[in-house]
Design a protein around this ligand. Structure first.
Ligand SMILES: [Zn+2]
Length: 400
């Protein structure tokens, strides 16, 4: 990805917006700063900084908060500035296979309201209308949203704002950003659950704010949310990190994507159930009866059931294989184990770590950590991505 460097003779208004974004970024990240320190950090001329700060104060984005200490050379103590987090409002929407969560947050990411409800069934357009209605109900009256982060359980194309495929919702090629923008009158940015969880774990969970992080998102399906330079790696069609649909040699199980033998058919919650069922059908004795889910397999494994323990070990080893693919492909500093299966990380991790260590390149140096945010990761990611996306332009320029 190239950085959009301002061209010579670039439109004056564009430069103005860029400079404004630069100044706002310094104020946001710096805590309390003076005009002089903004000028130093941005290398903008002091009069330019002063004019922009006046504008940001008038718009309510920045406020003056008393005076700082005088420089050793003497002179007047500088007036200090800080970001007014309450000036911006973002909405995070996590649409899960069963439950949907909406959260309203300010410019610092602090939530003022959150609501959870059953994911509406029916056609995608109708579902999104209901979700938008419920989101509007938690917004303060007359509120204007700076951005919306929408997180989905499936393949997404961030660039077009489209849900490519979400088998659990029955969605295919749904223009989520377009539909929600029409409902909520704000820019909507669409990500998958793994990407959202990766951002949330990095900023608020076990990630530790590293530049390069990957999150193995394992539950009903399997994907990886990959961060490069602290930002989500999307790829050209938006499907970077969809390792769940890499074919495992010898795989025979049909996948929801239409292919056969995808990695997620052997490294997911449904795989846990299928491996246990296969052993029982083969004549093995187990406490598991005819109808059981992944959570039942985990409980039986804890109770010492050999069939369940075998299924856990097999899925754990396959997740270890998945982890090694992600680490070899992206070489992250931290690999987070997230998604629904992370709830039984204590059972899976020993098998996972053993296999991933075996197949990971020696010098990778990646540390595997288990999600700290649990079921909060996706909605926090939705909020944080809304904030990040509303800042994208200056971020890119700032890092150039
Ligand atoms: Zn597949």
């Amino acid at each position: 990805m190239g950085n959009p460097e301002p061209r010579r003779g670039a439109d004056h208004n564009v430069m103005r917006e860029v400079n404004r974004s630069l100044v706002l970024a310094v104020v946001k990240e710096g805590g309390r700063v003076s005009r002089a320190s903004i000028a130093r950090a941005t290398t903008l001329a002091k009069p330019t900084v002063s004019a922009i700060v006046d504008e940001l104060i008038a718009d309510g984005l920045v406020r003056e908060v008393g005076t700082g200490t005088t420089a050793t050379s003497g002179g007047r103590p500088p007036i200090m500035l800080e970001y007014n987090a309450s000036s911006q409002l973002v909405l995070g929407v996590h649409i899960g296979a069963r439950r949907t969560t909406v959260a309203v947050a300010d410019g610092s990411g602090a939530e003022s309201a959150r609501r959870q409800f059953d994911t509406p069934s029916g056609p995608a357009g109708d579902s999104l209308t209901v979700i938008a209605e419920k989101a509007r109900a938690v917004l303060p009256a007359g509120a204007e949203l700076a951005a919306v982060g929408a997180v989905l359980p499936g393949l997404t194309d961030f660039h077009r704002g489209v849900c490519l495929l979400a088998p659990n919702l029955g969605w295919r090629d749904v223009p989520v950003a377009e539909l929600l923008t029409a409902e909520l009158d704000a820019p909507v940015h669409v990500h998958n659950a793994g990407q959202a969880a990766a951002v949330a774990e990095n900023l608020e969970g076990v990630g530790g704010r590293v530049d390069d992080l990957a999150l193995l998102y394992a539950g009903t399906g399997l994907s990886a949310g990959v961060l490069s330079g602290g930002r989500v790696l999307h790829g050209t069609g938006g499907t970077a990190g969809e390792i769940g649909h890499c074919r495992v040699p010898g795989g025979t199980e049909p996948c929801k994507c239409g292919n056969v033998g995808c990695l997620e058919t052997v490294a997911s919650g449904p795989a846990l159930v299928r491996f246990a069922r296969r052993a029982i059908e083969g004549g093995a004795h187990s406490v598991l009866d005819d109808l059981f889910e992944a959570t039942d397999v985990a409980a039986a494994a804890r109770g010492g059931d050999a069939v369940a323990a075998g299924a856990v070990a097999e899925v754990g080893r396959n997740l270890g294989l998945a982890a090694s693919w992600v680490v070899n492909a992206y070489n992250p500093a931290v690999l987070v184990f997230g998604g629904g299966l992370a709830a039984i990380a204590d059972l899976l991790l020993p098998h996972m770590t053993e296999t991933s260590t075996e197949f990971t390149l020696g010098p990778a140096g990646t540390e595997i950590r288990v999600s700290a945010l649990g079921p909060d990761a996706e909605v926090r990611g939705a909020v944080l991505l809304a904030l990040q996306q509303s800042e994208t332009y200056y971020r890119v320029v700032f890092r150039a």
